[in-house]
Structure formats: structure tokens, C-alpha cells
Ligand binder design. Structure first.
Ligand SMILES: [Zn+2]
Length: 448
């Protein structure tokens, strides 16, 4: 059976991930993501109303025109998890393919919301839920399996396409977490089994975000302890404490909520995406937040909540807000600019349970946000966080477990791909022979 891998997006940047695998006459597409930084750099761009071709020209969504070079039928579109760089282009591209979107329940719910807010295209693809650990038949003699992995968002999987030539594992994005705060640990046993089955692993496509980082990415439990340590240290503080984190990081939000309660503060989630992700996770029973946890997204209800906090005494509350990257329109940035009824005073604490995404726009915006907060007297607690991506030791362990015949590094620019290539060459692989460095828009023929 002929096997091709089309590296469509996310091979020159972090964002707009998209990879297609052709096995015989059947094609499976993994991820259709958005590169948000290409959108945010323009003022007032509303992607909901934009045409795909304009977004492709901006570099915001994958240029899927290379799909016409693949000789087969798309049988499924399979996003790995609900981060925007993996699902954000589905509302712009999926309707061009007569195929269902297959993903885990939380991811499907986020996709549904995105399709509902899409204004340019009618996206009528079937949305099919499949849980981690399950499989389905795809096309002619292929099997699609979801292996449970751990990442900075719940319900993440690595899809495996089983073909007669061996399995193809799409390994974006994960860390090796054996003690996640929500959900099951990464299923390393299943990865080891897959490596021993049939022809073994024909190809492993890997996320090399942290391939330059030594050691091991810690468990979410580590971040949870860090959050606990920071909040407990503030137990006697009788002023304002504000926390921010990735809205989609439900495990982290849970830890912040829990330890706020422990120190006698009422947590409250503020900002549109805080309400969206936490509300969705609660509705789908991934978390059981306290009944009195408020979640407010709309500007008016947020401002009303801030007024109530100021009236009742801000020492009784822990607002958990959007704005960890200093996004100009996010809640924390507005607080820094003094645009909300919440008043920061000398000595108030701001906890960033996130790291700055190392990209000049983010770094600049975050710098500005911290300056604004600092001018009002706020004290910054930075980097109360662990990454969601494998570091070097995790990469070694995956290669040892899977013993793939071919490796394709993904999810970054050439500089980061090169670090992964160095690491894989240490393990006996060779660039051009069985490691394939690719760019957006290329097709790698694995079996001819
Ligand atoms: Zn991700």
C-alpha cells in the first residue's frame, strides 16, 4: 500500500497545524489549526467573517491546496485536542471535504461552538465523538485509534492510523504525565503494544516545541503544588489577589479555585474564554466546580462582579481572569489600564500561572501589561506553571518505546525541528534517511 505524508501547516511555525496521511486510496487529515498571532497582529480582524483564501494569504490557516496532489479520498478530519492551533481552521476548511470530523467529546464540543460562530461558511460535516482508548474502521482496511495522552487541555489524544504497512502515529501535543490533576495518565502501555503489533510503527510525527529543553517536563501535579504554595503564602494578606492562566487549562483553573477556597477567598472566573472553557468542561462533567463558583464572560456582568467585589471587600475574593499573555483586550490588561471597577493597591498580588509564549508580540504585550500592573503597585508572581509539551527525556522515551521506522518532526520552525533532529540522530536515526525535515506544503512518500 502506498503511504504519503503531506506536511501542510505547522512545519514553519507554531500554529496552523495540519498534516494529511494517504494510505492507498484513503486520506486522513490530522488537525486544522489557526495561527492566532497572524490574526492578532492586525487590528480588528474578525476571522468569523473572513474567507479561507484571505486567511491562507495571511498565514493564519493552513494552505491546504497541496491536498489536490494526493490521490485519494479524505475519510476523516481528526483534531487531536481543543487548542486553537489544532482546531481553529476547521470552520474555514472542513466544508471542502466530504468527511466527518472525529475527535474526543470535549474537543468536539469546542468545534461545535466554533462552527456556530462562523459567519462565512456553512460547515455541515458530521461531528463524531470517539473516546480515548477507542478505535473505528476507516476507508479500506484501515483503523483509527485514539491513545490517551496528557497535555495542557483535557481530553487530548494521539491518533494512530493502523495500515497494512505499519501504524502511523500523529504525536502532537503531549507531555508524559503519570499524575495528571484531571483525567487518566498517558497510556504508555498502549504505545508499547502498538510498537510490537504487526509491522510496528511505520512513522511517528512528533511535536518538537521543547526539543531544546533538557530533562523532563514535570507533571501537572507539580504546577498544582506551586499554585498551592503561592496561594497559601498569601493566606494572611488582606488586600487584592488576582490570578490568570490559560482559559483552556482546566486542571490549573481547578487548582486555583480549590486553593482560593482553602485560604478563605471566593474564586470567580472572569472573561469570555474563561467562561467558555470552564463552562463547557463543567457541562460535560469533566470537573465538578463548587456550586457558588461564578463564571462571567460578558463585559457588563464582569463589571457588575468587579463592583460587587469592591463593595464586599476584595480581600474576600480571588478573581481568575484572562490576560496571561498581556493580550490588549483581555481582562487583566484592562485591569492594568484601570478600565474596570477593580482597583489595585500597593502590594496587591498578581499570579501569572502561565509562561510567556516566546514570541516577540507576546513578550512585548506581556511586558506592557506587567508595567501597567506594576505602576498601580501590584506585585508579580511569574511562571507558576509547567509546560504541556515533552522535553528531551520524554522524546527519548517515546522513540525507545515506539521504535518508529520513520520520524517526522513537526509543530515549529526549522530551528526547533533541528534540535529534534539532533536528538533523534543521537538515537541512530539519520536526516534524509529516516528522519524527514519538512516544510509547509511538502509531500513525503514513505512507501511507494
Ligand atoms: Zn496543544
Amino acid at each position: 500500500m502506498e503511504i504519503d505524508i503531506a506536511t501542510i501547516g505547522g512545519y514553519e511555525e507554531v500554529g496552523r497545524q495540519m498534516t494529511a496521511v494517504r494510505a492507498g486510496d484513503d486520506i486522513v487529515v490530522f488537525d486544522m489549526g489557526l495561527n492566532l498571532s497572524k490574526v492578532l497582529i492586525h487590528d480588528n480582524v474578525e476571522t468569523e467573517r473572513m474567507h479561507s483564501l484571505d486567511l491562507i494569504d495571511m498565514g493564519a490557516i493552513p494552505d491546504d491546496r497541496v491536498m489536490s496532489d494526493l490521490d485519494g479520498e479524505v475519510q476523516a478530519i481528526v483534531p487531536t485536542h481543543g487548542h486553537l492551533d489544532h482546531i481553529g481552521a476547521i470552520s474555514k476548511l472542513a466544508h471542502r471535504y466530504d468527511a466527518p470530523v472525529v475527535a474526543t467529546p470535549f474537543t468536539i464540543e469546542l468545534i461545535k461552538q466554533q462552527i456556530e460562530s462562523e459567519e462565512k461558511f456553512g460547515v455541515g460535516n458530521d461531528l463524531v465523538k470517539m473516546d480515548p482508548g477507542e478505535s473505528m474502521e476507516i476507508g479500506n482496511g484501515l483503523d483509527l485509534e485514539f491513545v490517551n495522552v496528557t497535555h495542557s487541555i483535557i481530553d487530548a489524544i494521539n491518533p494512530v492510523l493502523h495500515t497494512p504497512e505499519g501504524s502511523i502515529i500523529y504525536g502532537l501535543d503531549k507531555r508524559m504525565d503519570h499524575t495528571p490533576v484531571i483525567g487518566d495518565p498517558i497510556d504508555m502501555d498502549r504505545f508499547a503494544e502498538i510498537a510490537r503489533e504487526g509491522e510496528g510503527v511505520l512513522c511517528y510525527i512528533e511535536d518538537c516545541t521543547n526539543a531544546g529543553r533538557k530533562g523532563r517536563t514535570p507533571s501537572e501535579q507539580h504546577a498544582r503544588n506551586h499554585v498551592k504554595d503561592v496561594l497559601y503564602s498569601m493566606e494572611d494578606y488582606d488586600g487584592g489577589i488576582v490570578a490568570t492562566t490559560f482559559s483552556s487549562q482546566i486542571a490549573r483553573v481547578t487548582s486555583l479555585v480549590e486553593f482560593a477556597k482553602d485560604i478563605g477567598r471566593q474564586p470567580v472566573l472572569l472573561g469570555r474564554s474563561m467562561e467558555k472553557y470552564s463552562g463547557t468542561a463543567e457541562r460535560l462533567d469533566f470537573v465538578d466546580f463548587p456550586d457558588d463558583l461564578g463564571m462571567f464572560g460578558h463585559r457588563q456582568s464582569v463589571d457588575r462582579t468587579f463592583k460587587r467585589i469592591m463593595n464586599d471587600g476584595k480581600e474576600n475574593f480571588l478573581p481568575i481572569v484572562t490576560g496571561h499573555q498581556g493580550e490588549p483586550r483581555a481582562m487583566l490588561t484592562r485591569m492594568g489600564r484601570g478600565e474596570t471597577p477593580y482597583q489595585l493597591d500597593e502590594g496587591d498580588k498578581v499570579i501569572f500561572s502561565a509562561r510567556v509564549i516566546p514570541e516577540p508580540t507576546n513578550e512585548g504585550q506581556r511586558y506592557q501589561s506587567e508595567q501597567l500592573l506594576g505602576m498601580q503597585g501590584a506585585r508579580i508572581y511569574d511562571d507558576v506553571h509547567v509546560s504541556g509539551h515533552l522535553s528531551q527525556e520524554g522524546h527519548y522515551e517515546m522513540l525507545q518505546t515506539l521504535q518508529p521506522h520513520h520520524v517526522v518532526p513537526a509543530h515549529n520552525d526549522l530551528e526547533h525541528l533541528a534540535r529534534y533532529i539532533d536528538l533523534a540522530e543521537d538515537q541512530g536515526y539519520e536526516l534524509g534517511r529516516d528522519i524527514h525535515a519538512s516544510r509547509n506544503g511538502n509531500v513525503i512518500s514513505l512507501v511507494e
